[in-house]
Each structure stands twice: as structure tokens, then as C-alpha cells.
Write a protein that binds this ligand. Structure first.
Ligand code: SAM
Length: 264
């Protein structure tokens, strides 16, 4: 194990050790002085060091007390603000308000909390400039999945509604210690401008999408039985005999707006 730390499975600890990959990730982020960069899960600092060298000050959110102690030893308060605790509970919006500017959020995310963390961050999207994450390749495929693809689902629709996203490159298991079982990918996410968010009720959108993908093999007539009727489908020109996986994000927004009583 690098630097004598015992990797903790419960915190999803797989530490980056490949200098080429580390360089590629930091080059993709390209942090600049004056930007507020927040790293989730700095761990042993593989990304932290070069990020800090590029932007001068870094905010980090880390849950592991041993790693937090190391961070305090290695970095001064001028270089780093260490937020101790669970990133799932961290108030990114409050930090953006405090620094009075948008956040650039980055991290090699703990795989065991990646989906809830993406939803948590989506709630703060209006305070975020962009996000660059390493995640399991399979999760990134779900994030960027298109209608009709196996990977297209709730995560794709809810994140694509809020963000422009691009899968940048893959990272093999050998780039980490300990090596994970799966391939990882780097994903870039940029929040869409407020004007592009045309859904009048995002909670309802989430309900519709969750129901539509709840039983993938069933038709919308079936999965949305409690939410939408034949007249709603015909008013929005959506085929009730289709499956949820064939609808685009725009289709879901149109149906939701109609159901919410807004524009169709
Ligand atoms: N950034 C380092 C690297 O690339 O080598 C470590 C990445 S490791 C995959 C994930 C990191 O997230 C670990 O440092 C772990 O302790 C931290 N972590 C796990 N769960 C967390 C949580 N809920 N909130 C904040 N950090 C967490």
C-alpha cells in the first residue's frame, strides 16, 4: 500500500498511482488560480498535489480521519481548506455562497456512493461551473446513455436534463492500488444554463422517470398507470405502448409539463 495507509473498502479506497493517468486527469481539469476547486475524497493526494500546484488553494471533502490527519500534516490552511465528513451531506451550495463564486468539483469518487453523490451534486448544479469525475466505466455509460441503449435509464435522463456530459477517457485497473475489479472512466459535466431547464416540476419529472424505468420490459401505459392516462399520452404525442427506454429526455419533460398542468 502506498505510504503505509491500509486501504479501507468501506470508503471505496482505490488510490491512483499511475503518473501518466494523474497528469492526464489534471490536464483535463486544467485548474487556474482564483478558481474554487473542490476535490471530493483526496485520499493520499495523488490528484491533490498537482491540482494545488496549478490553482494555489484547494477545498477538499474527506471522510477518513486517518487521511484527514495526514492532510493537516502535509498542507497549510493557506493551501487547503479541509472539510471533514461525508460528501453526501456536504453543502456545496453554502460553500459557493461563502466564496461568492461557482465551484469546480473534481474527484476520483468512492464507487460505493457514486450514484447518490451525483444526485446530491445535481441539486447544487446552479452553483457549479463544472465537474470532472472518475467513476466506474459502467456508471459513466449509464450517465451518457442514449434512448434505446441498454445503459439508458433513470440516471441518464435525470443527469442529462441538468448537465452536458462527455466521457473523456478510460482508466485501467492497473492505475490504482489496490487495483479495482473494473475499468473506470473520466466524465466531464457542465450544468446547462437556467434557460435550458424547461421542466416546470422536477420532482414530478423524477417520479415519472423512476416509474417508467421501474419495470423496463413493461409499456408506459403500465408503468405510468398511476400517473398518466390515455389522454395525457395523446396530448403529448407519446405512444403508451412504448417502453420507457425509448423516450428522449425532451419527451419526459414534455409529458411531465403536461401532467403538471404547464406547457406541453
Ligand atoms: N483521490 C484519491 C486518489 O485518486 O488516489 C483517492 C480516491 S479513493 C477512490 C476515494 C476517496 O474518497 C478516499 O480518500 C475515501 O476515503 C474518500 N471517501 C469515501 N467516502 C467518502 C464520503 N462519503 N465523503 C467524502 N470522502 C469519501
Amino acid at each position: 500500500m502506498p505510504q503505509g495507509h491500509q486501504a479501507r473498502k468501506r470508503f471505496g479506497q482505490n488510490f491512483l498511482v499511475d503518473p501518466n493517468i494523474i497528469g492526464k486527469i489534471v490536464a483535463a481539469i486544467a485548474p487556474k488560480p482564483g478558481q474554487t476547486v473542490v476535490e471530493i475524497g483526496p485520499g493520499l493526494g495523488a490528484l491533490t498535489r498537482p491540482l494545488l500546484a496549478a490553482c494555489g488553494h484547494l477545498h477538499v471533502v474527506e471522510i477518513d480521519r486517518d487521511l484527514i490527519a495526514r492532510l493537516h500534516e502535509e498542507y497549510t490552511a493557506e493551501q487547503m481548506t479541509v472539510h471533514e465528513g461525508d460528501a453526501l451531506k456536504f453543502d456545496f451550495g453554502a460553500l459557493a455562497a461563502e466564496v461568492n463564486g461557482p465551484l469546480r468539483v473534481v474527484g476520483n469518487l468512492p464507487y460505493n456512493i457514486s450514484t447518490p453523490l451525483l444526485f446530491h451534486l445535481a441539486d447544487a448544479a446552479d452553483r457549479v461551473q463544472d465537474m470532472t469525475f472518475m467513476l466506474q466505466k459502467e456508471v459513466v455509460q449509464r450517465m451518457v446513455g442514449e434512448p434505446g441503449e441498454e445503459a439508458y435509464g433513470r440516471l441518464s435522463v435525470m443527469l442529462q436534463y441538468r448537465f452536458e456530459m462527455a466521457r473523456l477517457f478510460d482508466v485501467p485497473p492497473g492505475a490504482f492500488r489496490p487495483a479495482p475489479k473494473v475499468v473506470s472512466s473520466i466524465v466531464y459535466m457542465r450544468p446547462k444554463p437556467i434557460e435550458a431547464l424547461d421542466c416546470s416540476d422536477e420532482k414530478l419529472l423524477s417520479r415519472v422517470v423512476t416509474a417508467a424505468f421501474g419495470q423496463r420490459r413493461k409499456t408506459l401505459r403500465n408503468t405510468l398507470r398511476d400517473i398518466a392516462g390515455e389522454s395525457d399520452f395523446s396530448a403529448t404525442q407519446i405512444d403508451p405502448g412504448a417502453r420507457g427506454e425509448t423516450l428522449s429526455v425532451a419527451d419526459y419533460v414534455r409529458l411531465t409539463n403536461h401532467l403538471a398542468g404547464g406547457m406541453t
